[in-house]
Design a protein around this ligand. Structure first.
Ligand SMILES: Cc1ncc(COP(=O)(O)O)c(C=O)c1O
Length: 329
């Protein structure tokens, strides 16, 4: 009902599993650690962006789009999942990468190529310049009679996917008799976390949400979350039952040297979760998030008495592009 005004295509495999992590929990000194497996979906190797894409591509189809454009670096999960969704829907997909053409394709870019996307390499330019190129490509496609849709041009619409994820997790926890008190989620550009926070606020704040920043310092991610939170509210025309500041705490202390630059603790966390639970992370988004959860327990911010769930947002294929970190010595 909440989302019925918005066209949506089914891409994600929902609900994603909610699993207990007894062996990783023992390592983290917390017996009630859970993971929500948004990495575990049937399309294109899954991940958080499929939830966003359900709404973006719903809008694209409603507008009669025939070409889908996405932008990102070659390691972008969003590009890979856009390629997967476009393949499934029979739409042409063009990816704009702000990098030189790689000599050898691996990880996400290899998969995007396999799924039929056309990659255009723009050289080492910044995101603003890349956006200008995307808009120029849109104009040129239109002049040829195409109807292109640019992924990510409507941020709050994509966030609805994670509003739904919060409602979904709440239902699952109730059904499994878990008194869930903390959720730990990643924040990069912040759309995923903002949607989740808004959904949590709609529910009246049954759990506290810890956002682990992996891209921006604290003030910047907070202002992004605030803006997105308010924009989702306007889009849904609803006032949530809790304020952002009541629902969320942002932690930027796990960012390390910067975006996509792994810390020693995060690198070790990939091994720890793999070797205790057989679950694979990567070093841009999810290893810092799981390490953050463990450290919040160690610092007493999350009590081991209180059930805690970390959201696994996917990104597994990026691990193959990080192979040098894990070669046997
Ligand atoms: C695997 C994965 N996790 C988390 C994120 C972060 O999402 P957001 O940019 O919405 O904060 C991304 C973003 O691309 C991602 O690919």
């Amino acid at each position: 009902m909440l989302f019925s005004r918005f066209p949506r295509v089914q891409l994600a495999t929902l609900p994603t599993p909610l699993q207990h992590l007894p062996r990783y929990g023992a390592l983290a000194n917390h017996p009630k650690v859970y993971i929500k497996r948004d990495d575990f979906m049937a399309l294109g190797m899954g991940g958080n962006k499929l939830r966003h894409l359900e709404f973006w591509l719903g809008a694209a189809l409603q507008q009669g789009a025939d070409v889908i454009i996405a932008c990102g670096r070659p390691e972008s999960n969003q590009c890979r999942l856009t390629a997967a969704a476009a393949a499934k829907l029979g739409l042409k997909c063009i990816l704009l990468h702000n990098t030189e053409k790689p000599d050898f394709l691996q990880g996400n870019i290899l998969l995007s190529h396999l799924m039929g996307a056309q990659s255009i390499y723009l050289g080492e330019i910044d995101e603003d310049a890349r956006q200008e190129q995307a808009l120029a490509l849109m104009e040129s496609l239109k002049s040829e009679g195409h109807n292109p849709y640019l992924i990510g041009s409507d941020v709050p619409l994509g966030c609805l996917g994670y509003v739904n994820a919060a409602l979904e997790l709440h239902q699952q926890a109730l059904a499994q008799n878990i008194d869930l008190r903390h959720v730990v989620i990643v924040g990069a550009m912040g759309g995923t976390a903002a949607g989740f926070l808004y959904g949590t606020a709609l529910l009246g704040h049954p759990f506290h949400v810890h956002v682990i920043s992996v891209e921006y310092p604290k003030e910047k991610i907070w202002s992004i979350l605030e803006r997105n939170f308010n924009n989702i509210s306007s889009l849904l025309e609803l006032t949530p039952n809790a304020k952002l500041a009541e629902v969320a705490t942002v932690h930027a202390e796990y960012l390390g040297p910067g975006y996509a630059q792994p810390t020693p603790e995060a690198i070790q966390t990939v091994r720890d979760l793999a070797q205790t639970e057989g679950i694979l992370l990567e070093n841009v988004y999810t290893s810092k998030t799981v390490w953050g959860m463990r450290d919040l327990v160690a610092r007493g911010i999350i009590s081991p008495q209180e059930a805690t769930c970390v959201i696994h947002t996917g990104g597994g294929p990026a691990l193959f592009a990080q192979a040098e970190l894990y070669q046997p010595r």
